[in-house]
Ligand binder design. Structure first.
Ligand code: FMN
Length: 354
């Protein structure tokens, strides 16, 4: 994986990535300032701002922000958080050079995908037909509680609702400190009798990912062929799954460690002990997903290791006692808007008994 080095720190990146709105400041040739709120997306190298909702006969080059950029490409963009609790105040200001990306250029296509991935509202809008403003950061300044997830009234619910399964990532390295926090969150999950019967493996090297993908692919191929699937369909599905593993910057494997389970003389209690351990592995996975989201990453869940545990432990050289259960892909989301599964209404799920 090619590392793309930005000038923003991990905290600055996380803060900026999660902000929904920023202020873009431009100036004309004489230096007269102009500042407007904008929706934006950041891919680790550049910031992108769509030019949207113009009546057909208004050329985007007549917009003040665009005219300013054409006269003077130096811009600043500030994303900030205000909260009545002033311990939560924070901002990131990026200064850099702006330009216009025209439709048809690869970077324009990628920017539109990125913006649509962040803002579902852009799905129904024709932003692909207009130029996109790109800002290349040259200097960054930040202040305040950047590492606090949200200053909103419901920060945890916001994160729970905002998290989504992502299956395509930008070709961008994830800093080690960010991965560490994801694993740190996982280990605080509840577990039966506090036994913490899980172990984690972090994979970042492409050679190791390939070994893992090859091992899991072979087993999956056998299963699909056993199901009588058409050969072309088998190839397509295997290719898709392999691509997901190789293109994700980080893979986090969650394994059960049966050696930590309590032993019972009767099979029923023993079975339930295992069920509880698996339940707690799910809690560890959710902790990891939320910690990833909080830091500006996205994640996807792959159940494949469950179907070929031995192939996985062998490919990664893990303790053969471990039982791989889930693989989380982690990275910065590429622009594919993930299709959210609508949630069932609460009254379908809950009954209240006084
Ligand atoms: C136990 C479990 C296994 C899953 N396995 C896969 C998988 O193998 N491949 C995949 O693309 N998504 C997998 N998912 C993700 C679900 O498809 C996803 O969570 C669901 O569609 C809801 O979407 P959301 O995560 O964006 O809210 C799995 C989720 C869970 C909880």
């Amino acid at each position: 994986m090619r590392a793309e080095t930005g000038i923003l720190s991990a905290d600055e990146t996380a803060f900026l990535t999660r902000q929904r709105v920023a202020r873009l400041a431009t100036a004309d040739a004489a230096g007269a300032p102009h500042s407007i709120p904008v929706c934006f997306a950041y891919n680790g190298r550049n910031l992108y701002i769509a030019l949207d909702e113009k009546p057909k006969d208004v050329r985007v080059t007549r917009l003040k922000r665009v005219r300013n950029i054409l006269e003077n490409p130096r811009v600043a963009l500030v994303a900030d958080r205000y909260a009545e609790d002033w311990d939560l105040l924070a901002y990131v200001m990026v200064r850099g050079r702006a330009g216009l990306l025209e439709p048809g250029v690869d970077e324009h296509t990628a920017a539109v995908r990125l913006l649509r991935g962040k803002y579902q509202q852009y799905e129904g809008m024709r932003i692909g037909e207009s130029p996109v403003i790109s800002v290349h950061p040259e200097r960054v300044a930040s202040w305040g509680a950047l590492d606090v997830a949200s200053g909103g009234a419901e920060p945890l619910l916001d994160a729970l609702r905002g998290r989504r399964s992502v299956r395509r990532y930008l070709d961008r390295e994830v800093p080690g400190v960010v991965i560490d926090k994801v694993v740190e969150a996982a280990r605080w999950a509840p577990s039966p009798h506090g036994t913490q019967p899980w172990r984690f493996a972090v994979v970042t090297q492409s050679e190791t990912k390939k070994r893992l993908a090859d091992a899991m692919g072979e087993e999956w191929r056998r299963n699909l062929e056993m199901d009588g699937q058409d050969a072309a369909v088998v190839e397509k599905r295997l290719e898709g799954s392999r691509g997901r593993l190789l293109d994700a910057p980080v893979l986090l494997l969650l394994c059960l460690y049966p050696g930590d389970l309590d032993a019972y003389p009767d099979p029923e209690r023993q079975r339930n002990e295992t069920v509880m351990a698996v339940q707690s592995l799910g809690a560890a996975a959710q902790n990891a997903l939320l910690a990833a989201y909080e830091q500006g990453l996205d994640a996807g869940w792959m159940c494949a290791p469950l179907f070929c545990p031995e192939e996985v432990t062998t490919a990664l050289g893990l303790d053969p006692e471990l039982v791989p259960h889930a693989l989380l892909t982690l990275g910065y989301a590429a622009g594919d808007p993930p299709k959210r599964r609508p949630r069932r209404p609460l009254d379908n799920l809950v009954v209240y008994r006084d």
